[in-house]
Design a protein around this ligand. Structure first.
Ligand code: PHE
Length: 363
């Protein structure tokens, strides 16, 4: 027969095992060892049958009490373990809803103001029926100067501060194009009139200060047919400037100027107000030079193999960096080329805002 001390020892033993069980499987093994069919407590219960009535009187309640307490302890521990398991899972799956949402690449990326302005300008001219043409950055003296009616050793060649390459075997030197005008003759040579196109692209001159960088951007425009005159030129420029600056009252002024490849030649100013560092287009009493233009010189048409008695038209050239600075209030041109992310985040444009005349150019 088992005496009371033995039962107490057994109870203490199982109580410790229950408290030490750190997972449900271990706890279940303790339960089987105590209360399972062949468990220690179950075996003791079976021995009740072989006892005298007297013995059973004390052993019965003692064993039943032990069984009940162990059953309770097992249930309590089981509940605690499953609670802890749930807590652990919740802790692991926790999300902090106060954390900032990370932007998607399409939202975080920015379009450079210059790319934006190129897209805007092309959208406007495309709407007026202009095609888009391209030419090489590395040019010959012929296309950059001679075909455009720059006489040999004319001071206008020096005016451009040209970057030349080393002379070739025949003594001729390639150069980085100083303007987009060489694309005029290149494109006319390739096709047949009428012509109506723009050409945005990179241009180079040895020059550097707040408003000049050695590499900059221009857009050229050319219209050639049999009847195009200066009235058309003025209309196209007015339409363009109004659409580009997104103000109704853009006013322009044409001043006589000189370019070897146009005759007459003009410089175009827009009316503006200067308020400290700020320039407002379309108001005020100041004028700001914005582009060069003119009627294409007969010698340029001849260079391209066209008969100047039959064909005529206009050309214009505009600094894209300059109009980007004006439209978006960017004070220093050099920042365009510094790849400073802080600057780009401030002046850049959303990737998905594609400029169009119908949808708005810059909104
Ligand atoms: N190519 C000229 C420049 O770079 C601009 C221009 C283009 C002027 C076409 C007249 C006609 O300054």
């Amino acid at each position: 027969m088992t005496d009371i001390q033995d039962l107490e020892k057994l109870e203490a033993e199982f109580a410790t095992a229950i408290a030490d069980a750190m997972d449900e499987a271990t706890l279940e093994a303790v339960r089987v060892a105590a209360l399972g069919k062949k468990g220690r407590v179950s075996e003791l219960m079976k021995s009740l049958g072989g006892m005298s009535a007297e013995e059973r009187k004390t052993a019965g309640p003692a064993l039943n009490g032990l069984k009940d307490r162990l059953t309770d302890a097992l249930a309590t521990r089981k509940a605690a373990l499953s609670e802890a398991k749930l807590e652990a899972r919740l802790a692991e799956e926790k999300i902090d809803v106060t954390l900032p949402v990370r932007e998607s690449p399409a939202e975080a990326g920015r379009i450079h103001p210059l790319s934006q302005v190129m897209d805007e300008v092309v959208a406007i001219f495309a709407d007026m029926g202009f095609a888009v043409e391209q030419g090489p950055d590395i040019e010959s003296d012929h296309y950059n100067f001679t075909s455009l009616n720059f006489p040999e050793s004319h001071p206008a060649r020096e005016m451009h501060d040209t970057f030349y390459f080393e002379p070739r075997a025949d003594g001729s030197r390639l150069l980085l194009r100083t303007h987009t005008s060489p694309v005029q003759v290149r494109t006319m040579e390739r096709g047949k009139p009428p012509f109506r196109f723009v050409c945005p692209g990179r241009t180079y001159r040895s020059d550097s200060d707040q408003t000049h960088t050695p590499q900059f951007h221009q857009i050229e425009g050319l219209v050639i047919d049999e009847t195009t005159h200066m009235g058309h030129l003025k209309w196209v420029l007015e339409e363009f400037l109004r659409a580009f600056f997104e103000v109704e009252g853009v006013e322009l002024r044409m001043r006589p100027s000189f370019f070897p490849f146009t005759e007459p030649s003009m410089e175009v100013d827009v009316r503006c107000a200067r308020l400290g560092n700020e320039i407002r287009i379309g108001e005020g009493d100041d004028w700001l030079e914005i582009l060069g233009c003119g009627m294409v010189h007969p010698n340029v048409l001849k260079s391209a193999g066209l008969d100047p008695e039959k064909y005529q038209g206009f050309a214009f050239g505009m600094g894209l960096d300059r109009i980007a600075m004006l439209k978006y209030g960017i004070p220093d041109l050099r920042a365009f080329f510094e790849s400073d992310l802080r600057w780009l985040r401030h002046y850049g444009f959303s990737v998905l805002d594609v400029p169009s005349l119908a949808g708005g150019l810059s909104s």
